[in-house]
Design a protein around this ligand. Structure first.
Ligand code: SF4
Length: 344
């Protein structure tokens, strides 16, 4: 999606000196600790339910993304490149210049009710995190979830944000009407690596607590164990600890993914690596010298290790606690969630 489906929120506040997109946005800053140094560009999107290009190798066809850029600031973030479409850079701008589609909820309600819409699954959190810090202020997800609930439309959420629990009421209401899944993204639990690599995110143990709470409340939640970072979080002991804690959180399933470095993320990651772990630079150049992905043999070895550990620690075997069904809440989706078979 580019700027051609976005338009001016308030032409009277446009700044002629701003970059191309910002001339069509209301610009805000907030002088509070969590938002210092950040700029928010409030825009009116023209559409919000986005069809994924057929060439994409992703297991979903439609997405909703109310934000562009992400204050979680993960160094490796694969979405960095998309900020360049906005005349912004994929590094610091991606972390601190956040585009907010302030009419996202209104559009979602309209598009989900359109005669041409067939109620397909909608994936959220697939480009940038829909429960990043900005969501605490803009609260766009509440309106989007309410629209999905009212349309009885199936959906899933992928996030690192514990803020998702704010919307537990809407998630459970939606899950009574359609299939709802969630995944928390927790690639590792090492606190030092977390502070350095994912500085704007909630701590991994808090994300795992969030996963547990979602499952306790009947929202099937797994863990996307991503990214696994070569030479930083891939030792047998680190993998074992991470998978053990994921199992203890009651995750319904685990999906391991090794770091990939597409353009945009690649430059930002290698610059960080040169500062923080210069001795690893040659090893990374060897692993990622031919492209965005680590060699297949490496990926298969790590994935097999995680799968064996998941089996050993019983990921998915601990049945998610299911609160007693209240009258009128015994939907098939809810019954399947109790068996842990739906994946986010
Ligand atoms: S939370 Fe997700 S979208 Fe946000 S910076 Fe991290 S990887 Fe990127």
């Amino acid at each position: 999606m580019r700027w051609d489906n976005l338009r001016l929120a308030d032409p009277g506040r446009a700044d002629p000196a701003a970059p191309l997109f910002a001339r069509g946005a209301v610009t805000r800053t907030f002088d509070t600790p969590g938002f210092r140094g950040m700029t928010f560009y409030e825009i009116q999107a023209r559409s919000i339910v986005n069809r994924v290009p057929a060439a994409s190798r992703v297991p979903f066809e439609y997405t909703i993304n109310p934000y562009r850029g992400c204050g979680h600031r993960c160094v490796y973030c694969f979405a960095r490149k998309t900020h360049e479409y906005l005349d912004l850079d994929a590094g610091a701008d991606f972390d601190s210049k956040i585009v907010v589609k302030v009419n996202a909820a209104e559009l979602a309600r309209k598009e989900l009710a359109a005669p041409r819409w067939r109620g397909q699954h909608v994936a959220m959190g697939t480009n940038v995190d829909c429960y990043q810090r900005a969501e605490g202020r803009y609260r766009l997800m509440r309106g989007i979830l309410a629209a999905l609930r009212d349309a009885a439309n199936p959906f899933s959420v992928l996030t690192k944000g514990t803020l998702i629990l704010r919307d537990l009421d809407l998630l459970t209401e939606a899950a009574d009407r359609a299939e709802v899944g969630a995944n928390l993204s927790v690639g590792f639990v090492d606190a030092d690596v977390w502070r350095s690599v994912e500085p704007g995110t909630p701590a991994p143990h808090r994300r795992l607590e969030t996963c547990a709470t979602l499952n306790d409340n009947g929202i099937a939640c797994g863990v996307l164990m991503a990214p696994i970072l070569p030479y930083l979080t891939d030792s047998p002991a680190q993998l074992d600890r991470t998978v053990r804690e994921i199992a203890q959180a009651g995750a319904t399933h685990i999906t391991p993914i090794v770091l990939h470095l597409r353009p945009g993320a690649r430059e930002w990651w290698l610059a960080w690596l040169s500062r923080e772990h210069p001795r690893l630079v040659p090893r990374y150049l060897e692993l990622y010298g031919r492209g965005a992905y680590a060699p297949k043999a490496y990926q298969e070895r790590v994935t097999a290790q995680v799968r064996a550990l998941a089996e050993h620690h019983g990921v998915g075997r601990a049945p998610a606690a299911d609160p007693p069904l209240r009258p009128g809440r015994g939907s098939p989706a809810r019954a399947r969630r109790a068996s842990g078979r739906i994946r986010g």
